[in-house]
Ligand binder design. Sequence first.
Ligand SMILES: [Zn+2]
Ligand SMILES: [Zn+2]
Length: 139
Amino acid sequence: MERSISDEAEAYVRSLLDDWLVPHPGECVACFLDRALERSSCDGDLRFAELYRDLAAPRATALLPRLRAAGGYCDCEVLSNAMQPAWHLWSTSRELDLDGRSIVLEAEPPEAMPPCTGVRRGSTQPCRNWHRMRRPTRW
Ligand SMILES: [Zn+2]
Ligand SMILES: [Zn+2]
């Protein structure tokens, strides 16, 4: 059977979806947003966070309000205001040696995030690669 152009287009779109628009099994919301925003720019809304909720954590109805409460009013703000790469992933760029004790003055965030360490299905927690910047009263 010959494949039509539209079949091919559909397969292409599906491969894109498989590749980045859909959370991988066990992938956390932060790693998903990071991956999605690498391929697609932020639209000024929480569409990827919403997509994550719909596909990976449909019962987490409080996810978007919680992200907003933490300063994440759009997908990229979630990764700059609400969650940050965990400290163990940062590299020190300026250090002060104080009586043999090194004090980190400046650190650089990682250029690329390591693979998601995984969360249980339905969870909206970030994995160990991230930490939350501000803690709303109830997460
Ligand atoms: Zn944004
Ligand atoms: Zn993760």
